[in-house]
Write a protein that binds this ligand. Structure first.
Ligand code: DAH
Length: 345
């Protein structure tokens, strides 16, 4: 009797070891038979009471071996089938496989142009200065020699903070000039890039927010010729080595004399006629010698120091370079638009 049951269990162990499992159906029937809650092996544990006392331990050991063999085989085949399934369905994760390329991001066209401008001026010793966008009207207007009754100060043109007649969103980066001249001693040689705000109706040509780069150079004996040479260098680095510039007399409250600088764009096709209004010239920036009143307002002696300043818009230059016809595209963050600039730095 005892020998019989030992032989039976031994036989089951052999069957378990040899059983072939090739698919999920076979795995499931194996599970029901040997691993599930009503499996065959469980019933055999009930036989222990019929075994002679001195072999009970041996029998128990054998049953445990069978149970363990069944469980191990089930687990091994389960994970093997899972793996096979993943490979077939494509969800298998092969950690050694070369990865799919990560899509490259792109720089915003305004950043591209801004970075180029910054690099050009950094090469000749200008240092980047960044300042606040919420300004005090003294720095934005008064220090910059803009009279109390100047139309730019009007609510129609400038965004004031709610309930304030003093705090505003800066209308130009020229406010950085006053910030720096009141806190630093000459020589000062900075460019100040940043966002500015004006109360304008939004259209394809103008926006209520845009970017400017301000330049300021204050030292002993700085002349108009220094300014002209600096700006010529900039234009040629930015628009090509042959680029011609012209300075037209203009007016800004904070510079005297003041000028606007054009670069020669050319008149090769219809677009050029439209963009340059038939003249071939494009206005790029405003500039001039810092007005002595501005120096005095900021605590710098105009008898000892002089300087030049310039300010330019970025959006227009970005639109020219990348042939963008609607300024609003620069602020909408439409990825179909932005994706076009992948790889441009
Ligand atoms: N702040 C002027 C504007 O927003 C631009 C400008 C003109 C800046 C002449 C200057 C300058 O520094 O000298 O239109």
């Amino acid at each position: 009797m005892t020998a019989d049951i030992f032989a039976r269990v031994q036989h089951i162990l052999t069957i378990i070891k040899e059983e072939k499992i090739e698919n999920a159906v076979e795995l499931e029937s194996f599970r029901i038979k040997y691993v599930g809650s009503k499996n065959e092996i469980k019933g055999l544990f009930g036989e222990i009471k019929h075994i002679e006392n001195d072999r009970k331990k041996e029998f128990g050991q054998l049953l445990n071996d069978v149970k363990q063999a069944a469980e191990e085989k089930y687990e091994a085949f389960k994970s093997r089938l899972l793996e096979l399934d993943e490979v077939q369905s494509g969800t298998f994760l092969d950690l050694t496989a070369p990865c799919a390329p990560i899509p490259a991001g792109s720089r915003h066209p305004v950043s591209i142009v801004l970075n180029r401008i910054i690099q050009i001026f950094e090469r000749i010793g200008f240092v980047v200065a960044e300042e606040r966008e919420i300004e005090d009207d003294w720095y934005n207007f008064t220090a910059m020699n803009t009279p109390e009754d100047h139309p730019a100060r009007d609510m129609q043109d400038t965004f004031y903070l709610k309930g304030s007649t003093k705090e505003l969103l800066r209308t130009h980066t020229s406010s950085v000039q006053a910030r720096l001249m009141t806190t630093q001693k000459p020589p000062i040689r900075i460019i100040a890039p940043g966002r500015v705000y004006r109360n304008e109706t939004i259209s394809s040509r103008s926006h209520c927010q845009f970017h400017q780069v301000e330049g300021l150079y204050i030292d002993k004996n700085v002349s108009f010729a220094d300014m002209k040479q600096t700006l010529l260098y900039f234009a040629r680095e930015m628009y090509g080595a042959e680029t011609e510039i012209r300075l037209r007399p203009s007016f800004f409250p904070f510079t005297e004399p003041s000028a606007e600088m054009d670069v020669y764009w050319g008149l090769k096709n219809e677009d050029d006629y439209r963009i340059t209004k038939g003249t071939g010239w494009l206005e790029i920036l405003g500039c001039g010698m810092v007005d002595p009143n501005v120096l005095i307002n900021c605590g710098i002696d105009p008898e000892e120091y002089s300087g030049f300043a310039f300010g330019m818009g970025i959006e227009r230059q970005a639109m020219l370079q990348f042939k963008i016809t609607d300024i609003r595209q620069l602020f909408e963050n439409d990825t179909r638009f932005l994706k076009q600039f992948v790889g441009i730095v």
